[in-house]
Design a protein around this ligand. Structure first.
Ligand code: NCD
Length: 306
């Protein structure tokens, strides 16, 4: 039985299998509409979510399965003091697979150690978000045709942004990937990503505060929201939240085939006028999230099209 806690729980080959399956699902979703009949997905969400939870649920429903779960810790027994370990032990008897989002780093790992069904980390605090990464890889592969030979700009809250940590960890495994890490000094990527992921894999990267200067060389620009809920004080959040706003003037500096990605939700970091630009791919990306999760559920439940 497999769990997905970090993107590295999937080998490059397994990741590729999931992306290939997801691309086939995107082409012909009807073919897959009954493969998970009789199977149940539990969504255990202790932290707010729109896309991740709903796309997981849509994915399982599209496969002919059913869903059960909760959308906030407040309306589960967590509010009575139940541990994640006890909850997953019980849910293992109610469902075939579980997706968990939790504000604490490591919560999904704890769940996986106490579970008899596959556990998928749907975001653990400021740590990792591996299914967003599958979504991002699928978007890049589908729209760019490759996952190698790319210069990727990651902009915004690189400190607390779990989608950034997972995406970097997954992409360093492909040839000729360069990162331009654009953030204010206070929101630079954590030291463990810089040392254990980037430097250890001898991946080229630069850290800068200057988005405009970085624009012309990027193949992908991955914008992120400043993660308000992870700040210890409101003043710092207010000072940093609008540091980067991608607008049409900045888009003029970019390559004609650059893609703008964002895991969403967006606050102010991409001005709505950019939505009309053909290079803006973030709403397509949200749709790819359903296909990526359909493929992942199929792989983990070991179901195939007959
Ligand atoms: C992200 C998350 O929850 O980490 N959202 C998502 O899953 N699409 C990004 C964010 O909340 O800023």
């Amino acid at each position: 039985m497999k769990h997905l806690i970090s993107p590295l729980d999937l080998s490059v080959e397994e990741t590729e299998e999931i992306l290939t399956l997801a691309e086939d699902i995107a082409r012909d979703p009807k073919k897959y509409s009954h493969v998970c009949q009789g199977k149940k997905l539990a969504t255990l969400f202790y932290e707010p979510s729109t896309r991740t939870r709903l796309s997981f649920e849509a994915a399982m429903l599209n496969l002919g399965g059913s869903v059960l779960g909760f959308a906030s810790g407040d309306n589960s027994s967590a509010s009575k003091g139940e541990s994640v370990a006890d909850t997953i032990r019980v849910v293992s008897g109610y469902a075939d697979i579980a997706a968990m989002r939790h504000p604490k780093e490591g919560a999904a790992l704890v769940a996986s150690l106490n579970s008899s069904i596959p556990v998928i980390n749907a975001g653990d605090g400021g740590h990792q978000h591996p299914t967003q990464t599958l979504t991002d890889l699928l978007t890049i592969h589908s729209l760019k045709g490759r996952l190698d030979h790319l210069t990727i700009g990651l902009c915004g809250d690189l400190k607390f942004g779990r989608t950034v940590h997972s995406l970097i960890s997954a992409l360093v495994r492909y040839p000729d990937i360069r990162f331009v890490l654009i953030s204010p000094e206070e929101l630079r990527i954590p030291a463990y990503i810089r040392k254990e992921v980037l430097q250890q894999n001898q991946v080229e990267f630069i850290e800068t505060e200057d988005l405009e200067e970085a624009m012309p060389e990027l193949d992908i620009l991955y914008m992120t929201r400043v993660q308000k809920e992870r700040f210890f004080n409101e003043e710092d959040y207010i000072r940093l939240k609008d540091k980067y706003i991608l607008d049409t003037a900045k888009m003029k500096l970019a390559k004609e085939d650059m893609l703008v990605l964002h895991p969403l939700p967006r606050v102010n970091e991409i001005s709505v006028e950019v939505d009309k630009d053909p290079r803006a791919a973030y709403f397509k990306q949200a749709q790819f999230g359903v296909y990526a999760r359909m493929a992942l559920i199929m792989k983990f439940l070991e179901v195939e099209v007959c």
